[in-house]
Design a protein around this ligand. Sequence first.
Ligand SMILES: [Zn+2]
Ligand SMILES: [Zn+2]
Length: 327
Amino acid sequence: MKAMILEAVGMPLRPVDRPDPVPGKGQLMLKAEACAVCRTDLHVCDGDLPNPKLPLVPGHEIVGIVEAVGEGIAASRLGQRVGVPWLGHTCGCCSFCRGGEENLCDEPQFTGYTRDGGFATHVVADADYAFVLDSAADPVALAPLLCAGLIGWRSLKKAGDGKKIGLYGFGAAAHIIAQICRWQGRDVYAFSRSGDEAAQRFALGLGAVWAGGSDERPPVMLDAAIIFAPVGELVPAALKAVRKGGRVVCGGIHMSDLPAMPYALIWGERSVVSVANLTRKDAEEFFPVALQAGVHTHTKTYRLADANAALDDLRAGRLSGAAVLIP
Ligand SMILES: [Zn+2]
Ligand SMILES: [Zn+2]
């Protein structure tokens, strides 16, 4: 197999050849068709998240075809198209797993962080966390659904049922969730870096009713806001934009420090909540919704060997939509 590996945080990824991985008990081995690049990959590679497995194959938005099965997995899964997300394993026995909150598991493993991921031609994954995907769909279009879509969906559920939804940071997740909001009959207010007219045009093209800079106030008070950009200063900005009882959801795994702010910003039963990982139930709900809503992902493809260029483009904000590696 070929893979791009991280040997030390802060270093560029390096191409390597390795023996193909062998699936263990309860696992699958897949031949990767596509792997999208997530902002969390940047946080892993840059050392913002503690203690990654090293050396590491990053990547956790993997679409592939099952090529081998481990002990306990039916041979009927061979040839199936599956998607592998960030949450790659849960213990199944901690209080969170037993209580329906496996996203908060005490002993989790994360794809492309604490175990090898999809910046590679072949990947091993737990069969329980390899979701069956449409075999007729374009694997490149599916890949961003595995994290941007799933985490975006969980964030949207946390945001509640309000009609007016603000999205801060109009990247891969927001561009998917904006389409779902529109399909649900909600109004999207899109916030991006001040002066980023390309992002604002992109948001309006996807059906946002308003697009502006994150330092601007929307024309109406919002029912909820979701922050996808890893910028702590956006929390007080979003609190100012939501109505009484409104909610601000932080959808990212890493965010810069939140600034001190007056209590008045959360007065009126406004709340701030984070979203951690995903559950299998989120996936069961989300993939049919994405299909029904006709979600169209905007992607830019890169060869596996160009993974560093994809990470750089994401870091520099040069993408509309999602970067996808093709192994
Ligand atoms: Zn657990
Ligand atoms: Zn991700």
